[in-house]
Unconditional design. Structure first.
Lengths: 271, 271
C-alpha cells in the first residue's frame, strides 16, 4: 500500500482527543483517520509514568494493525510521559501535542510569562516546561495541576458557581504570577475556556495545541511525500475499549463531522 | 491446605476498599488477607457494565491464585454489576457490599425513607434499590449519583466552600425527599461524612457497609467452619496494578494497621 492511501492514527485516553481529530480534518481534509480511545482505562492523568507508557505502547501496537503512516498522541498525559519511549520502539513517525502547544504559546506571549494547566501526571512530568525552554530558555513557566477539571467537564458543569469557584482555586496562583498566555494542557479543557477566561480576564490568551499539532502532521506528510489524493474519499474509523454508547453520545459535541463506525475492541481481553 | 489457613481475598477498583479491610481486621483479627486494588484501571464507577464485569472476573482470577477461602468485593460499583456473574463462574463464596449496606439501612431507618448515593454506574445499576426492596418492599428509596465526590476526595478537598457547594448540589434532592437514612454507597464517601452530615443535618443517619460486610464474612466462615486459628499470626498482602507509591502514601489514612508488603502486578501485561 502506498503511503498516500494509509490512514493517520490517533490515540487518546478517552474521548477528548476528538478535538485533535477535528483540527486534523480541517487541516488535512483528504486524509483517512483511525482513532483509538482507551475508554475502559481512562483517565491516564492520575496514573504513574510506567503505567502510562505501558498503555501507550499497547495503543500504538493496535493502531499499527491498520498500517497507519503516522501516529498522533492526542492525549497530553501520554505525550508528556510516553513519547520518547514510543519513538525508541517504533519507526512510524509519532507526533505528540506538547511541543506544538509549547510552540504556539511562545509565539503568542509578549511578556514571556506562560502558564500551563493539566492533569497531575502531565504537570509532574515537566514536559511543557522543558519544551518551552527548548524553544525559548528565557521564558518563565508557571504550572498548575487541575485534577478536578476533567471530572467537572464530564459532569457537564461548565458554568455556574461551583465551576467558577474551582477555576478560581486553581487559577489564582497563575493570576498572581501575571501570566499573559495559558496553555490548556488537556483535551478536555477547551470546554472550560469561558470559565477560565472569566477568572483570568480578557488580557490572557488561551492556547490549545490541536491546531498547531495538525500543522505539524502536515509537515510530517510533506517530508514523507505521503499525502492522500485529494479525491480519495477519506474514511474515519473509531475504536474504543469500553462500550461505545457514551462515545457516540458525547462525540458529536467534540467533532462535528463525526461520521463513521465506532467499534469496541479488547486489547488483551478476558477470553 | 485446610480452609482455616487460607486467606480472605478482597478486591477493589483502587484504594478505597482498605476501609473494608479495616472492618475485617477488627471483626476477624486472626484471618490473613490478600488485597487486590486495580489502581491502573481505576475508576470503575464511570464505566459500562460489561467492562466492570470483565475487570472483576480478572480480579477474582488473580485472587484465586492465593487459594483464598472467600472473596469480598469491597467496591460498590463492582458489587452492583458483577456479583451475579462472578457467582455463576466461581465456586468460592463471594460477598459484595450492597446487600450488607441495604440491610444496615433498613435496620436503621424509622421513616422508611432511605437515600442512596454512589458512582454513576452504581446508581444506574439499581442494585441498592433492589436489595432494599428484597428486605422491605415498603421502603422508599431515593438515589443520587455523585460523580464529583471521588475526585473531590482524591483532591483532598474534604472541607471548605467548594466541598460544601458540591455536597449541597447533590444532596438537596435527598433533603427535599425527607430521607432519615443515607447509604454512603462508595468506599470513598466516608471521608466526606462531615460535609455530608452538615448538609443533611444531624437527624439523618449515615450508613456505610464495611461493618455489616465484615459480619457477613464471619457468617460465611462460620457456615464453612473455616476460621483461622486464633494464634495463627495473620499475614496481610497488598497487590496493585499501578505503581505502589500512592497506595503506600494514602493507605495509612484508610487502614491504620497497614503493615505488610505492597507489590505491583500485571494482569495481562505488555509484552
Amino acid at each position: 500500500m502506498h503511503a498516500s492511501r494509509q490512514p493517520i492514527g490517533v490515540f487518546d485516553s478517552g474521548i477528548g482527543g476528538l478535538t485533535v481529530v477535528q483540527a486534523l480534518i480541517h487541516e488535512l481534509p483528504a486524509e483517512s483517520i483511525v482513532y483509538f480511545g482507551d475508554t475502559a482505562r481512562v483517565p491516564y492523568g492520575t496514573k504513574s509514568k510506567s503505567t502510562i507508557v505501558k498503555f501507550s505502547l499497547e495503543n500504538v501496537e493496535f493502531l499499527l494493525r491498520f498500517g497507519v503512516k503516522c501516529i498522533v498522541i492526542a492525549c497530553n498525559t501520554a505525550s508528556s510521559w510516553a513519547l520518547p519511549t514510543l519513538r525508541k520502539y517504533f519507526k512510524v513517525p509519532i507526533i505528540g501535542v506538547i511541543r506544538p502547544g509549547a510552540m504556539a504559546a511562545v509565539r503568542q506571549t509578549r511578556t514571556k510569562r506562560i502558564g500551563v494547566i493539566g492533569t497531575t501526571a502531565t504537570i509532574r512530568s515537566g514536559a511543557y516546561e522543558a519544551a518551552i525552554h527548548r524553544i525559548d530558555p528565557s521564558a518563565k513557566v508557571i504550572s498548575q495541576e487541575c485534577p478536578l477539571f476533567v471530572p467537572l467537564v464530564e459532569e457537564g458543569w461548565l458554568t455556574g458557581s461551583i465551576c467558577r469557584a474551582i477555576a478560581q482555586a486553581y487559577l489564582e496562583p497563575l493570576t498572581r504570577q501575571r501570566i499573559d498566555t495559558l496553555i490548556l494542557g488537556c483535551t478536555h479543557y477547551p470546554l472550560l475556556a469561558p470559565a477560565i477566561q472569566q477568572v483570568l480576564g480578557r488580557d490572557v490568551a488561551l492556547v490549545d495545541s490541536a491546531q498547531q499539532t495538525a500543522a505539524e502532521v502536515r509537515g510530517v506528510l510533506t517530508a514523507a511525500d505521503a499525502f492522500a489524493q485529494p479525491n480519495g474519499h477519506p474514511r474515519y474509523r473509531f475504536f474504543v475499549t469500553d462500550e461505545p454508547a457514551h462515545f457516540n453520545r458525547v462525540g458529536h459535541r467534540l467533532l462535528t463531522q463525526m461520521t463513521g463506525s465506532v467499534e469496541r475492541v479488547s486489547l488483551r481481553g478476558w477470553p
